[in-house]
Design a binder for this molecule. Sequence first.
Ligand code: SAH
Length: 408
Amino acid sequence: MAMGLLQSGCSVSFARALRSRTFTTISSTVTVPSLKKASQMETRFLLGLSEEQLQQLSLDFGQKSFRGKQLYHLLYKRKVKEIQEFSQLPLEFRNDLEEAGWRVGRSPIHKAVTAADGTTKLLIKLEDNRLVETVGIPVKDNDGSSRLTACVSSQVGCPLRCSFCATGKGGFSRNLKSHEIVEQVLAIEELFKQRVTNVVFMGMGEPMLNMKEVLEAYRCLNKDILIGQRMITISTVGVPNTIKKLASYKLQSTLALSLHAPNQSLREKIVPSAKSYPLNAIMKDCRDYFLETRRRVSFEYTLLAGVNDSVKHAIELAELLHEWGRGHHVNLIPFNPIDGSEYKRPSKKSVIAFVSALESRKVTASVRQTRGLDASAACGQLRNEFQKSPLLSGSIDQESHSEVALAS
Ligand code: SAH
């Protein structure tokens, strides 16, 4: 799913987040290949490398380390997309990089669909012809300032098959590499001609099944593209042993836990992967995440009419949250209908009743606003329209598909 996180009201500026003493460095290593012929080399990507790594890369190519600083500037400030367009660098260095298999790591846009409210969904065509979705959500705040949220994917498809999610229905293909996550944010910036202020890992895939690449991308988004940690949300349906690990990095980011049910048996019906991670264990890990990071966990709850949206469910949810601590927040997402699903969107009346049952029990809740594209293209649907199965990587015949209708 994607649209939304419109409530992520964050008051901390980039600068403050960056000065924060709790700033965590996630180390990543770069192995610089020697100057072999391109045919012998696997492709390597500059996007995602830190300034130090780019300096080292320059030294390894027999260049002065200030060339690394230039590379850094070209990649992350000027956002240049091709090595040959790095015109400040000597031609010889550019050629050497390319011959050794290096690329910037920016892919073409296969399709862009914009709704009347400005929300834009992009399909990015990766090197292996697979398509991945990313969404840009512009929001004007009451004080006149504007935010731009990028909802990024972490995998091509998803293996977890939550019953209401279009991404899972399309199957799973592969994890994204860190540069393929970072480039989604840059693609949104380029399209909107505006800096991305917030990033939510709520696109295709389960970030905690691809933690290494997600954390590398996170490092780059925070340190190099200068998106404050507090402006980044990682959303997970819950993968055993990963929340603890994530907490150990002490990121200043919100963890969003996709709960969807107030008890184990209902959750197992909606989320098949719940069987391997009991609700109590999830709640304990979320509490520990809060204790470790002091960042509030928010709970995502997709409202499915007649399944999990009654006042009884809301009361049970409030009790569950109180049992495990204070200050939890619930994000309610009325179901966005997807092809071939029997679930129904709840009525406004039942959403309001659900919210007030939570609020009267002192659980804060927000209802995610439906943005223009939700109606026609919940997460995964646009991709499914163009590539029914992510397991197929053949080239895509663009002409054979009709335009996706825009919701207004
Ligand atoms: N795998 C991660 C991130 C991707 S889904 C996770 O589960 O959190 C991001 C959010 O969108 C999740 O809360 C998911 O439950 C929700 N979502 C997916 N499809 C949806 C749909 N059709 N209608 C409403 N919410 C949906």
